[in-house]
Each structure stands twice: as C-alpha cells, then as structure tokens.
Design a protein around this ligand. Structure first.
Ligand code: AP5
Length: 211
C-alpha cells in the first residue's frame, strides 16, 4: 500500500507512520528525518537545509523532490511505503504526480491547532535513533533517556515557539491547499487525529484495510 500522510506540524504523522509502517511491513519515508540526518552528517544538503529548518520554513523544492525521487526508487518501496511530510507545496505535488508512483490514498490528519501546540511543546526526540516521546502523552521510562537506545533526549530547535509559529503559517499557506487538490482527485481520506495514539492508530488500520 502506498500512502501519503498530510497534516499540520505535530498532528502525529511521524508517530503513526512508524507504527503503521511496522504493521504493513513497508518503509516509513519521513522527509524531516532524512533532512535531519543530512544536517547531522554535515553534508552539502544538510548545510543548505539547517538554518531553513530551524526557522521553520520549507527547504527548496528541488532538494526535497530529488530526495523523494531517489528514496521511492529504492527496491524496498516496490510493494508500498508511507510518505510522511511530502508533498508540502504545489510544486512538490506536481513533481510527485510525474513520478507515477500509483499512490493509493492521501491520509489527512485532522486536529485542532490548540492540540498540536500542546503536542509540539512536550515532544522530546532521540538524536541517536530518532525515537519520539512526549513528556505527558508518551513519556520515556527514565526521564530524559531514550527507551530504545539509552541516549539523551532533546527538544527540536524548530519546536521553539517562534519556529512553531512560522511552521503553522507555512502549513496554512503552502500545504493546506493540497487537501482540496487530493479531495477533488478522490484520493483523500480524513482521520480524526485528536484521540490518543492508540485510537488514531485503530482508525488508520481501518483505512489501510488491516483493522
Ligand atoms: P518534519 O519533521 O516533517 O516536521 P512537521 O511536518 O512539522 O511534523 P512534525 O515532525 O513536527 O510532527 P508530526 O506530525 O510528525 O508529529 P509527531 O508524530 O512527531 O519536518 C521538519 C522540517 O523539515 C520542516 O519544517 C521543513 O523545514 C523540512 N521539511 C520536511 N519535509 C519537507 C518538504 N516536503 N518540503 C520542504 N521542507 C521540508 O507528534 C508530535 C508529538 O505529539 C510527539 O511528542 C508525539 O509523541 C505526540 N503525539 C503524537 N500523536 C499523539 C496523540 N494521538 N496523542 C497525544 N500525543 C501524541
């Protein structure tokens, strides 16, 4: 199954994509994770993306389009994938159409802005393995330490108030219009993303035909 996860920052796309990808045995392709890895490695792409990401703006389309094209061409994507955080602009959506990937559904994560602010402000991530926690909704067993690998947890720089505000503006202006685009193509499925992690996951399993 080939799915796109679309929704505001902090709506839970990454959390659910990890769970569903494991269940469906398909890769979870997160553009945010791929870009953060480039930043960590200090690559040319990472150097171009770092300040833009920290400020909460979109990195240039040509970069994300090329990264997506390369990643979805890998053999492990043949039978399906979950594309999390791409497309986020008209140019990206047009480029995706041209990739002819035979996408099944675009899942829109519907959740209020108030709730995503609470989710983002409590998010903690592991720099070493990428696991994601929440101080209240998904706390690690030992405070400040990753359950999976024991490394220290950190707060993403783009989860600071100023960057969060910019990310919302960018979402409203550039990404939200894609909802209508996919609705008119008959591809859009909306999930109520305001429930807890298990509730949202159950709804997604039904959408994926596995629940
Ligand atoms: P990216 O990392 O994709 O950021 P985002 O889209 O803003 O999404 P988030 O990671 O903030 O949220 P999420 O929806 O995955 O929520 P999560 O599951 O973590 O992108 C970062 C940056 O990279 C962008 O700003 C941009 O600069 C660049 N970029 C990426 N893609 C790009 C593209 N296509 N084009 C250009 N630039 C691009 O959950 C959030 C928190 O809530 C966690 O703490 C989690 O534990 C908790 N939580 C999750 N679900 C629930 C629930 N149901 N109940 C309670 N808590 C929950």
């Amino acid at each position: 199954m080939k799915l796109i996860f679309l929704g505001p920052p902090g709506s839970g796309k990454g959390t659910q994509a990890k769970l569903l990808a494991e269940k469906l045995k398909v890769p979870h392709i997160s553009l945010g994770d791929i870009l953060r890895e480039e930043v960590r490695k200090g690559s040319d792409i990472g150097k171009r993306a770092k300040e833009i990401m920290n400020a909460g703006r979109l990195v240039p389309d040509e970069l994300t389009i090329e990264l997506t094209r390369q990643r979805t061409a890998q053999p492990d994507c043949k039978n399906g994938f979950i594309l999390d955080g791409f497309p986020r602009s008209d140019a990206q959506a047009n480029a995706l159409d041209k990739m002819n990937l035979n996408l099944d559904k675009v899942v829109y994560f519907d959740v209020s802005e108030d709730l995503v602010v609470i989710r983002l402000s409590g998010r903690r991530s592991c720099k070493a393995c990428g696991s994601v926690y929440h101080v209240k909704f998904k706390p690690p067993k030992a405070e400040g330490k990753c359950d999976a690998c024991g490394s220290a947890l950190y707060q993403r720089q783009d989860d600071e108030e100023k960057s969060v505000r910019t990310r919302f503006e960018v979402y409203q202006e550039q990404t939200k219009p894609l909802i209508d685009r996919y609705r008119s193509m008959g591809r859009l499925v909306t999930v109520d993303a305001s429930g807890n992690i298990d509730e949202v996951f159950s709804a997604l399993l039904k959408i994926a035909g596995d629940g």
